[in-house]
Design a protein around this ligand. Structure first.
Ligand SMILES: [Zn+2]
Ligand SMILES: [Zn+2]
Ligand SMILES: [Zn+2]
Length: 258
């Protein structure tokens, strides 16, 4: 009835495709909800409300003369509920946690696969932070790895095998991808399960299948008290009682209007 907001749809699709983690999904939903506000503030809610609103109160039968509301018979799904459920569900199933030693091995292999190049260095301290000065037609070493500037001046640099800046960048990128792949496919991402379950329940909630039409008074009694109105005389008495203490009308599903 009310479509799921596009922001929620996107998060769900990305979660299913394992493009984002549960935590990233949770953050995206948080931002979207803050922007959208509660469903009853949405434009789509107002349009859908007109379609499901009945012509009489389903509890007391009050009709046109009453102010009628669409009342959910289920609560707005709370994310915290689904987090707790997903956590305890995972705990019960003994899912494999992330294998850090395997990740470490992959990281090491990425570094090992990169062949260091022959680079210029300081002949005195082997530092790579050397600089050619045109005026002096000589190199100077800028290294202060020992705490003091090396400042060695030379005309022919020594050579050493070392990674270039581009190689280091490429290693960083590959390591990041490895980590990303791991967390996107981890089996113990309970937040992922929680967000998928919550979005699913929101879809049900927004379908407005679980709603009824109530008058203002009955909606108030149902929301704020544990009382119900007598269908015959309207006297409010506890939900746990079966007979109206005022007019002795038994409470039944058969509505009495008149
Ligand atoms: Zn009513
Ligand atoms: Zn040096
Ligand atoms: Zn009564």
């Amino acid at each position: 009835m009310i479509p799921l907001p596009p922001e929620f749809e996107t998060v769900e699709a990305k979660l299913r495709a394992r493009l984002i983690t549960g935590h990233e999904a949770s953050q995206a939903i948080f931002v979207a909800r803050r922007r959208l506000g509660p469903p009853w503030h949405w434009k789509s809610w107002k349009a859908a409300r007109k379609q499901v609103l009945g012509s009489a109160c389903e509890t007391c039968g009050a009709g046109k003369e009453a102010i009628l509301y669409v009342q959910h018979t289920v609560r707005l799904p709370k994310i915290s509920t689904y987090k707790e459920l997903a956590k305890s569900d995972l705990a019960g199933r003994g899912v494999q946690p992330v294998d850090y030693s395997s990740i470490r091995q992959q990281m090491y292999a990425i570094r090992a696969a990169e062949e260091p190049e022959e680079r210029d260095c300081c002949p005195k301290c082997s530092s790579l932070s050397i600089q050619y000065r045109k005026k002096a037609a000589a190199w100077i070493c800028n290294s202060k790895s020992t705490g003091q500037y090396c400042a060695h001046v030379f005309t022919v640099p020594a050579k050493m095998a070392a990674l270039t800046a581009d190689q280091k960048k490429s290693i960083r990128r590959k390591k990041h991808q490895t980590w990303r792949n791991t967390i996107l496919n981890r089996h113990n991402d309970w937040m992922r399960n929680a967000m998928l379950a919550w979005i699913g329940e929101m879809r049900v909630y927004l379908s407005l299948q679980h709603t009824k039409t109530l008058c203002k008074r009955c909606a108030f009694l149902e929301d704020m008290t544990d009382h119900k109105p007598c269908r015959l005389c309207g006297f409010a008495y506890p939900k746990t009682e079966q007979i109206c203490p005022d007019c002795e009308q038994p409470d039944s599903d058969q509505r009495i209007i008149g």
